[in-house]
Design a binder for this molecule. Structure first.
Ligand code: SF4
Length: 755
């Protein structure tokens, strides 16, 4: 089920009629993103005129990919659905939990022992439910997906922000939270706000030191970290077709850094060649046969301004290599201006560590071009002055570059090869540094460079550049060096220059791998036991939430009246709590600890109405739960904004909170609450927020007639014997009301499969 060519054939078979129908309905030519979106509408979603409508639309993605950290709760929830197998081909990738410390082998061994219970769980749950499992060391999710699963014209969701990497093979691939992944694997539709479109026309052709990374570094400088929000970015033009598929993937990967929903390139010969080199001749042939649907209509290229909300043009003939940073990926410096910026801002000039790799830049092309720079260091008697690490993106790439002698080249200039995993890119890096407060500089070919991201140190200035520029800087050890113009002094005291990098898009001898690290799921998983140690502190099997009792909710206590901003991070904090993300009861000890209590302006200190004493929010809520008393959380505007983390909805549900009543919700969080069987309500009159008093006992009435667009009554019984009756709105549709009644959306699916 992990790789499913039959599925791809089905998608392609249906594409023609769906694209034609959409073109007819809309009455104009279509961009590529529109063709893919229209051909993935969920069967329950009528084809309407979506053009520029700010509509939430139901889709049916073809695939799901999950990384090991986020897969845990997604799969624990999926188990609640009671399905024998996942509804769409899905994979799990063990890449985020491996800490880089010494080198590939030792670090992998340590991770296997430290994370054993998580890996055992993920391997067994994958085996049982038809999910492809990529073991620790197999590679980074996005590189493995590109090499094995991405296909032109497809739609995928993945529980990781850089899922859009697969746009390099012409796929709409979008990063989501675990709850969305769970829904799609369970067979539910997936909802997305119809995106805006940004067109980026690439003219000319790159040469010399410039590479695909520099295109996205330049785009980040233009759009900034928010400029792509809610949009799909489509690249086109002669410059687009000249880029390798992996170069395209680099650009799509970092679209996440401008906030884009995803990024996309049209199907071309480069993609066809890549598919054939990665043992997918059948997919290439099938894509060739429907090529016209895997590229925009002709008029889109001819009159691009008519089709895109925003249009940007970049001339690759003139594009310089870029270095972006520090602390944000949109601070873009052309290399000719970078040294000046380093000096003007007093950033540490000495480069301490150069890090090559990550899901963004670890293709064969990246590594050969970087190795060509490293080889010159050997030939010209130069030594790498900075520490230098190399993270291959997959075992297939690692094995192939080792076979071709490239790892040996890095080794000769002091490079250390790390495990095929995220490592320093996600802060899994035991960095050796004498003084953690000393301002210092590092450069990476990764994507994100926010403070503390790589090594947890606020003092580290992290810059982002292409792999070949990172390698040149590793050799120079100095951020004011410009490899295009400057000379370096070698071991003999002679001045030498580095020549332009050269490499291969794809291995001339083909890819090779001995053990790719893949576990095929059982054909029939019905007898496979999912491995979870009942004593585990990191994993806990979920029990289904209970159904609605069929009555109004009376006698609820006010747990907290939140003042001001309350993001999902205030509701379920990250940091040290992330290790419990597979253990609902343990992680619930962070519930709402970041929210400010209206009555005392303090965080994590609320009144326990049973004792009259103040205590931490989770402790007080557990006391209510134990006493069999429901509670309610009251919130301000845009409650639950931020990441889509499902824990923020599951924790209150688990601890017995019955309703969240706020001035307004962030939409994704509101939906997550509904999916968990919670009541998500808004004040009909926002000023009623002021009527909520600390000692109130609260009733929610009208649930027997719970219906779309029908308000519920909320009675506030105040401590002085008086009361207020206020009105609460909701946005539940018929389906969602059924979720509430059943105690959660997954309970409904489970009932269906239990029949
Ligand atoms: S390599 Fe970095 S960006 Fe890529 S998936 Fe891992 S943590 Fe995310």
């Amino acid at each position: 089920m992990a790789f499913d060519f039959e599925m791809i054939k089905r998608v392609y078979a249906g594409m023609h009629s769906k694209v034609e129908a959409a073109r007819k309905t809309i009455g104009r030519s279509l961009t590529l993103a529109e063709k893919i979106l229209f051909s993935h509408l969920h069967r329950d979603q009528p084809l309407q005129n979506f053009e520029r409508a700010k509509t939430y639309v139901n889709f049916a993605p073809d695939r799901v990919a999950m990384q090991d950290a986020t897969a845990q709760m997604a799969l624990l929830q999926f188990m609640q659905a009671g399905r024998p197998t996942v509804a769409v081909p899905s994979t799990v990738h063990c890449d985020h939990l491996i800490q880089a410390k010494v080198g590939a082998k030792e670090d992998l061994d340590t991770a296997l022992s430290v994370n054993k219970e998580v890996y055992d769980f993920l391997a067994s749950v994958s085996n049982k439910y038809g999910i492809g499992f990529w073991k620790p060391g197999a590679g980074i999710i996005h590189q493995v997906v590109l090499e094995n699963y991405a296909f032109p014209g497809g739609m995928m969701i993945g529980t990781d922000s850089h899922t859009p990497n697969a746009g390099g093979l012409g796929m709409i691939a979008i990063g989501v939270g675990g709850a969305d992944a769970c829904d799609v694997m369970a067979g539910l539709p997936w909802e997305l706000k119809w995106p805006k479109l940004i067109g980026i026309k690439l003219t000319g052709k790159m040469s010399g030191w410039t590479s695909a990374k520099d295109i996205i570094l330049r785009v980040a400088g233009i759009l900034t970290v928010k400029g792509g929000t809610g949009a799909i970015i489509e690249y086109f033009g002669e410059g687009a077709d000249s880029l390798s598929a992996t170069g395209k993937a680099t650009i799509c990967n970092m679209g996440a850094e401008v906030g884009a929903t995803c990024s996309l390139f049209a199907y071309d010969d480069k993609m066809s060649i890549y598919l054939r080199h990665t043992a997918r001749e059948d997919v290439a042939a099938a894509a060739d046969a429907i090529k016209q649907h895997l590229r925009p209509d002709d008029d889109v290229y001819a009159n691009a301004e008519k089709y895109y909300d925003q249009l940007i043009e970049i001339n690759l003939d003139e594009l310089e290599p870029h270095v972006n940073g520090p602390f944000t990926p949109d601070l873009a410096w052309p290399i000719s201006k970078f040294a000046e910026a380093v000096k003007a801002n007093a950033w540490p000039e000495k480069l301490e560590v150069a890090l090559l790799g990550s899901c963004t830049n670890s293709s064969y092309e990246d590594i050969t071009r970087s190795a060509s720079v490293a080889k010159q260091a050997i030939d010209k008697n130069l030594k790498a002055k900075a520490e230098f690490t190399i993270t291959p993106g997959s075992e297939q790439v690692r094995y192939t570059v080792e076979r071709d002698g490239l790892l040996d080249t890095f080794d000769k200039i002091g490079g250390v090869v790390l495990a095929n995993a995220c490592g320093p890119c996600i802060g899994q890096w035991a960095r050796h540094i004498d003084d953690t407060n000393r301002k210092n500089s590092i450069i990476t070919s990764f994507n994100r460079n926010f403070a503390k991201r790589n090594d947890g140190l606020a003092s580290t200035h992290a810059f982002v550049a292409s792999p070949e520029i990172v390698t040149a800087f590793a050799i120079a050890g100095d951020l004011t060096f410009n490899p295009l113009t400057d000379k370096l002094k070698n071991e003999n005291g002679e001045e030498v220059m580095l020549d332009e990098p050269a490499g291969y898009e794809l291995p001339p001898k083909g890819f090779a791998v001995e053990d790719p690290g893949y576990q095929e799921p059982a054909k029939d998983g019905s007898n496979v036991q999912v491995v979870v140690n009942p004593e585990s502190q990191r994993l806990q099997l979920l029990a289904p939430f209970s159904e609605w009792e069929g009555t109004d909710l009376k006698g609820l206590r006010l747990l907290i009246k939140v003042k001001g901003k309350c993001t999902t991070d205030h509701i379920s904090m990250a940091g040290p709590w992330l290790k419990y993300r597979g253990h609902l009861d343990n992680i619930s000890n962070n519930m709402l600890i970041g929210a400010v209590n209206f009555f005392n302006e303090k965080t994590d200190l609320v009144k326990n109405e049973l004792t009259g004493e103040y205590g931490p929010v989770p402790v007080v809520q557990r006391a209510y739960k134990e006493a069999g008393i429901g509670s309610i959380v009251v919130g301000d505007e845009n409650y639950g904004e931020g990441s889509s983390r499902e824990h923020a909805a599951m924790e209150p549900r688990h601890l017995g909170v019955r309703a969240i009543l706020v001035k307004s919700f962030a939409r994704i969080h509101e939906t997550n609450l509904k999916k968990q069987g919670m009541l998500a309500l808004t004040f009909a009159d926002k000023e009623d927020y002021d009527k909520i008093q600390e000692d109130d006992t609260i009733d929610i009435l009208g649930l027997a007639d719970f219906a779309p667009n029908k308000a519920l009554a909320v009675v506030l019984h105040h401590d002085d014997g008086s009361s207020d009756v206020i009105s609460a709105h909701h946005t539940y549709n018929e389906h969602q009301i059924e979720w509430f009644k059943a105690g959660g959306a997954l309970n409904i699916i489970r009932r269906k499969f239990a029949k």
